[in-house]
Design a protein around this ligand. Sequence first.
Ligand SMILES: [Zn+2]
Length: 273
Amino acid sequence: MNDHVDELLALYALGGLEAEETIQVEAHLAECPECRAEAESQKALVNLIAQSAQPVEPPGLARARVLRRTQPPPTPRPARALAGWWSRLAPLARQWAWPVLSSAAIVILLVWNLRLQDELRFMQDQLDRQFEDQQQILNDYRQQVLAVQQQLTAAQENTVRVVTAPDTREVALSGSEALPQASGRAYVDSDKQTVVIIVEHLPPLQPNQTYQVWVITAEGPQPSLVFAVNEKGWALTTVEVPVEYVDFYGLGISVEPAGGSETPTEVVMAGNL
Ligand SMILES: [Zn+2]
């Protein structure tokens, strides 16, 4: 059971084994899926070669332990070369009869072709896998872009809805004494839960600083989101006001250390509802 018969399989596929060995091989094949698979692929190959060389009758092969005696198979060449070689061999075979061509040449052909097929299969697998990986990366990227687009669209829609709603309140924000040129407007929607803030002429800050929005209630200024202005000192930001602060009466903007603060450090803009 443990002695694989792979070295007999090429001859077996060609019908070149003696009866005794045929029995031995078939007994092993019945129990060994590995060798069975190998035998099937060799058989398929023999059929293929038989079809591609139609005029030549399959030979009654002389019995030979060819694999052991012959040199290793030639180094692989492109698969197409095989057909050319075979067509040159075929007339020769007819002329000199099969025993002269020798079963060794046929087995070399078989082994060589099997090896080429393995190589091709391997390359195909590699290509398939690379293609799948790239498809995956591309798909992930598309998904991300789509998600960002959807977020942007939702934010823009929300901004437009708040700014254009008839019952939205518009609040002027003015700069402190230190920043008199700064100006801005806040658009507070009817339920006071969304505020769109547009500011102009606020100087861009150092990386370790940030602007922060404050919602001013009876209990004092409540910290809200942080934002940056572009190089022209312009920013548009949308603030969601927590339900417990919807009775706020003012808005402020301050300069804070990066990340924001719990209480305002330096208020630079403010406005009352
Ligand atoms: Zn086996």
